[in-house]
Design a protein around this ligand. Structure first.
Ligand SMILES: [Ca+2]
Length: 402
């Protein structure tokens, strides 16, 4: 079992990756470290707490990290992930008073140095925390088992500029530090993320699953209630859900699903139009030493199937689990609910169902008056408008802005 720290800025696609990693028996998640990116670091940290809570993994610590890049200012992606960072998903922060000072970098160093060669970093966000760890602890790069980062583009275009991907663009200097560090580094860039999405069939399977994480992932993108809206994330609604961070977890678990080449990579730091671009030497013509394992292709169907199965497998914390579930999901004794119930009500003139946990026996009791989620009557019965699986390399998917 590989021991990992996941550096993250949740983020809807982070949520998909984290649900999978936290559910996997092959990964031992030592901690989540947070960083600015899709949203500010405080919001990202609260979202990480929400994610471990709904997954029943509050045993995994969440450590807050960097609020800004090494140079420049953050560029958030609230137009994609909405201001709260996790789309339309409604779930309370399980511990809003717990915000501590930024300790992620120090604890990332301590965790890696306590077991040299054993702890890996999965970086699903700007690489600021990882770069700081490398700079603060000279032995960090040779002590970390490997670093797998989501970001960059070798043979495809960018998603925040014509050539740059969001995670690299948000802190190019940090990315260059990580690549130059000498640590074993893998780039999981848009070359593979762009060719992976959950189809409408996968979304329907998740929606019908009793798993709280499967339901949460659907609610984040407004599936199926807002499936017809073209106001936000239109490509997700027509093609299925693009989750750029998920291939990082997929690669950690199943590298055989990917085409990998060891190549030389640099990060453009100065270009007026090209800052944040990963410059990948596809040939050895310039005789630069290869420094990164670059993923170039993906079995998107296999990844989508595995993600769907993993996220659907997450159930409420078992009764013998010493970890206390989130209060919304637990009864007076901290036990998981036997099932969820729905209550019909009218919200702003619209008929909705409130989903609430139900407890049985001596654990019976109303956990909270706050609803876990509201689902419209239409969405509870409606099937996807366009069932059917898109081929992995659909031209539509290739054209999608992800
Ligand atoms: Ca992310």
């Amino acid at each position: 079992m590989e021991r990992i720290i996941i550096d993250t800025d949740p983020g809807i696609d982070d949520a998909g990756a984290l649900f999978w990693a936290l559910a996997s028996d092959a990964l031992q998640v030592a901690a989540l470290t947070t960083v600015f990116g899709n949203v500010d670091v405080e919001t990202a940290t609260a979202n990480a707490r929400r994610i471990v809570a709904v997954t029943g993994r509050t045993d995994v610590p969440v450590w807050r990290g960097s609020a800004r890049p090494l140079v420049g200012r953050p560029h958030y992606a609230e137009h994609i992930h909405r201001p709260g960072g996790l789309g339309y998903w409604e779930h309370p922060d399980p511990d809003p008073q717990s915000d501590e000072e930024s300790v992620a970098v120090r604890r990332m160093i301590d965790t890696v140095m306590s077991a040299p060669g054993e702890v890996s970093i999965l970086a699903l966000a700007p690489l600021t925390n990882v770069a700081l760890a490398i700079k603060l602890e000279p032995a960090f790069a040779r002590s970390v088992r490997r670093i797998i980062y989501m970001g960059g583009a070798a043979l495809t275009w960018g998603n925040v500029t014509p050539v740059a991907s969001a995670n690299i663009y948000n802190d190019p200097e940090a990315a260059q530090i990580v690549i130059d560090s000498g640590a074993p580094v893998t780039q999981v860039g848009l070359d593979v993320s762009r060719n992976f999405a959950l189809s409408l069939d996968h979304l329907a399977e998740l929606w019908e699953s009793p798993s709280p994480t499967a339901r949460a992932l659907c609610e984040m993108i407004g599936y199926p209630d807002r499936q017809d809206s073209r106001d936000e994330m239109p490509e997700w609604k027509s093609e299925g859900m693009h989750l750029n961070d998920v291939p990082c977890v997929a690669y950690a678990l199943n590298p055989e699903w990917f085409t990998v080449r060891r190549l030389h990579v640099d990060v453009e730091l100065h270009g007026e139009h090209t800052r944040g671009q990963t410059v990948v030497h596809m040939t050895d013509r310039w005789q630069q030493e290869p420094n990164v394992d670059v993923l170039l292709d993906i079995d998107g169907q296999a990844v989508a199937d595995a993600l769907t199965a993993a996220v659907s497998s997450v159930q409420f914390a078992p009764r013998d689990n010493p970890v206390r579930p989130h209060p919304l999901m637990s009864g007076p004794s901290g036990h998981a609910p036997a099932r969820r119930s729905t209550r019909r009500e009218s919200v702003r003139g619209r008929t909705c169902f409130t989903i609430q946990p139900v407890f049985t026996g001596h654990h019976s009791g109303r956990a909270t008056t706050r609803p876990a989620a509201r689902v419209s009557s239409r969405s509870r019965t409606r099937r996807p408008a366009r069932p059917g699986q898109l081929p992995t390399k659909s031209p539509l998917r290739r054209l999608a802005r992800t």
